[in-house]
Design a protein around this ligand. Sequence first.
Ligand code: ATP
Length: 262
Amino acid sequence: MIINVDSPILEIHDLTVSYDQSPVLWNVDLSLPSGKLIGILGPNGAGKSTLIKAIMGLIPTSGGYVKLFDRELNDVRSRISYVPQRESVDWNFPASVLDVVMMGTYGKLGLFKRPGKKEKKIAMDCLEKVGMQSFVDRQISELSGGQQQRVFIARALAQEADLYLMDEPFAGVDMATETAIFQLLKEMTAAGKTVIVVHHDIHSAMNYFDWIIMLNLHLVASGPKKDVVTEELLRKTYGGKLNLLTKVTDIIRQKDFNPLKN
Ligand SMILES: Nc1ncnc2c1ncn2[C@@H]1O[C@H](COP(=O)(O)OP(=O)(O)OP(=O)(O)O)[C@@H](O)[C@H]1O
């Protein structure tokens, strides 16, 4: 079940991506609404990160196109913030927490402008939002995994983008941090931002997201959670692995539970 929307913030048409000539994403057609918290789900190797990287133009595609805000990526880059997987970054690079978050503001600075007081204030505000204000001068190599993840999110917030693409922002963080980040993402969408998140845990996904994309090399489903979380579509996405993961009926029951309301 693939639900299309009018005036999508992101539109993908017939996208195919291959590594070494073998396709790992096939003929994806997708349109996504703005102002939602959107989860990309699927088993290991389903192509979730590949989809995000293809949207960001970080890997070559072998067919199809992507439009963001009805424009080409290069015309709207400053409106988009990408948070890669934490493991894909060299955390030994000598930089302080403040440096890294200030980098988020560079896209909005003119070519020859240096970041000043205003940018520092934005960075400090963003660090406060993720509860990392007391770590400003710490080297990023000296942070825990969860703290690194928070800094990454602060950097994304400092970009003041309209669309956020996050690859596993909850990987390696404790439950308290996960809840804090989720709350922040909710606030961002309430303020009109669109947040697309690659997510591993199918149970918490049922609580977190408004809109769910299910992927397994092909696009299996995309739509509001209440419409697409069905036994048939979960089985189509996860196949036999679903029985190992969990009981399908539990997942379906969970989609109606909202941890912020209950
Ligand atoms: N740089 C690469 N070169 C070759 N194959 C790759 C490369 N990156 C990913 N792949 C392969 O493409 C497929 C999709 O990978 P991708 O990382 O997009 O999946 P994923 O759904 O994000 O997986 P996971 O949940 O395990 O992170 C996998 O089979 C993976 O081995």
